[in-house]
Design a protein around this ligand. Structure first.
Ligand SMILES: [Ca+2]
Ligand SMILES: [Ca+2]
Length: 512
């Protein structure tokens, strides 16, 4: 039995302990009040190859001073990918993955009851209430103010509707009202209003653009700078101009075999290009792309300046990326429906409190990892439906990569379509399209052959035209007996990924 003095000592200790706890809680609450929670500015452009940008391709003519500055003050990731698409409008699955943090076979389609992703009807693979756990919904619940501007269409409408303020419209013209400046204006007006009302809540702004997606109508000044014209006459070729960007290093006048999606809009119907892959057409179209890209850079500069004036810039996480890459003449392709690096990869720059400045890392990230990373950086709990991985450890310099193996799919045309898998320097692309008429395998060592040169790139006429002579090893290695084991290893990895991600298709040489 305890005597009285012992009881007294216990009681006084308990009182002291509870006083300490309450004091600590008050201090941490006060600290929370003074340390403002960080904002997020998520910038998404529509259809941009990383190789357009100087940060990925130093010989590019494209001038993007604001992105260069962002890269110098933040981090550039060299292996950022989108996971792919099961529909010609690659934007659609890409944007579903960004908003939900889910993998490509675990997301719904834009249209209900669509058969593009056969898993859509299975609630264990595609949660019916997914929209309520997408980017804006998550941050609304965490006390953030959410605002977006972006193009309309080929997107995730139910997730977009979760933003408190929505200013969406498709703006692909060459004027302030019809082009990229319109999107910037929506953000600037929103920021000005916050400034006026002294809104102290943290914000998440989704700053999307409609460009450089075609039609690539640039402003007269920027078109002139890149020697391009808004070419509209199908019966003529656009004029040659020395100011135009050079042909891409892996340009081909046609792809060596059919890509497997007959009459695909992006390969046959883009205004100014159509089915043409000649030098004049490609250089003019790249000039138009660059004019649109530089205009986007100017608009980003305006918004960053406003954030600086408001004193919010240093407390804002800024992400810059694209929904997927783009070919425009690379490998003889024009669109976004392929799995070469120029199209499978995306540009990715991040800056913000605690993010290393002026550094690069491979990352091995997917766009679907962005939601988890935003949550991790801001201390917000990710939704249980999230499948992405936070790459905060890369941004803070603790890790170089967050995964070893990357998977890609394009099967918006004939099935089963294209697949890719990457591990380290090695990459496999397989094509099984047109009812078995095209069955191709490509094996690349990306350290040795980063532009994925094929035997066609070695032809003297192409070498002369492009001005780059590939080395003998810069070639598809799939049929080289020296790499038989590597090929088998990559084939096994691909099947493993397809199984793990619930890819419903199988290629001609796969069985389980
Ligand atoms: Ca797109
Ligand atoms: Ca508010």
């Amino acid at each position: 039995m305890l005597n009285n003095s012992l009881l007294f000592r216990h009681a006084s200790r308990l009182i002291l302990l509870s006083m300490i706890i309450s004091f600590t809680a008050q201090v941490s609450m006060a600290a929370e009040k003074t340390a403002k929670r960080p904002n997020i500015l998520f910038i998404l452009v529509d259809d941009q190859s990383p190789f357009d940008l100087k940060v990925y391709n130093p010989s590019s003519k494209l001038q993007t001073p604001n992105l260069d500055k962002l890269a110098a003050e933040g981090m550039v990731l060299d292996a950022a990918y989108h996971m792919g698409a099961w529909v010609g409008a690659v934007c659609t699955p890409s944007r579903h993955m960004i908003m939900s943090g889910r993998t490509v076979w675990h997301i719904p389609d834009r249209r209900k009851n669509s058969k593009n992703n056969p898993n859509t009807a299975d609630p264990t693979r595609v949660p019916p209430d997914l929209a309520e756990n997408t980017m804006a919904a998550v941050f609304n619940r965490a006390g953030y103010d959410t605002m977006r501007t972006c193009k309309k269409g080929n997107s995730y409408n139910a997730a977009n509707a979760q933003f408190t303020v929505v200013k969406d419209a498709t703006k692909r013209g060459g004027t302030d009202e019809t082009g990229s400046p319109w999107h910037a204006r929506q953000v600037l007006e929103y920021l000005a209003q916050r400034d006026e009302t002294r809104d102290e809540d943290p914000f998440l702004i989704y700053f999307g653009f409609s460009h450089p997606h075609d039609t690539r109508d640039g402003t007269p000044e920027l078109l002139a700078k890149y020697g391009a014209t808004n070419h509209t006459d199908k019966n003529k070729l656009p004029a040659v101009n020395p100011k135009q960007p050079q042909l891409p290093v892996n340009y081909l006048p046609e792809h060596p075999f059919h890509h497997g999606h007959p009459n695909l809009r992006d390969e046959v119907a883009v205004s100014g290009v159509w089915k043409n892959r000649d030098e004049q057409t490609i250089r003019n179209e790249l000039g138009r792309e660059f004019a649109c890209n530089e205009n986007i850079d100017i608009q980003i500069g305006r918004v960053l300046k406003k954030l600086e004036e408001m004193g919010e810039l240093d407390n804002t996480y800024i992400f810059y990326t694209a929904d997927h890459g783009m070919a425009i003449g690379r490998h003889g392709l024009q669109g976004k429906q392929n799995l070469y690096e120029h199209t499978w990869r995306v540009p990715f720059i991040a800056k913000g409190p605690g993010i290393l400045a002026g550094k690069r890392a491979p990352g091995n990230i997917y766009l679907l990892d962005i939601l988890a990373t935003m949550c991790d950086l801001t201390g917000v709990a990710p939704p249980s439906s999230n499948e992405g991985l936070s790459f905060k450890p890369i941004l803070t310099g603790e890790q170089q990569t967050i995964r070893d193996v990357l998977y890609g799919v394009y099967c918006g045309g004939t099935k089963p379509g294209m697949r890719s898998v990457r591990k380290g320097d090695w990459k496999l692309i397989k094509y099984d399209v047109l009812d078995g008429k095209v069955r191709e395998t490509q094996l690349f060592n990306l350290a040795e052959n980063p532009h994925e040169f094929l035997s066609e790139h070695h032809a003297p006429q192409i070498v002369k035209q492009v001005g780059t002579k590939p080395t003998p090893k810069q070639i598809n290695l799939a049929s080289d007996p020296a790499y038989k084991e590597k090929l088998a290893e990559m084939e096994a990895l691909l099947l493993q990924q397809m199984t793990a991600l619930h890819d419903p298709h199988r290629l001609w040489n796969q069985s389980e």
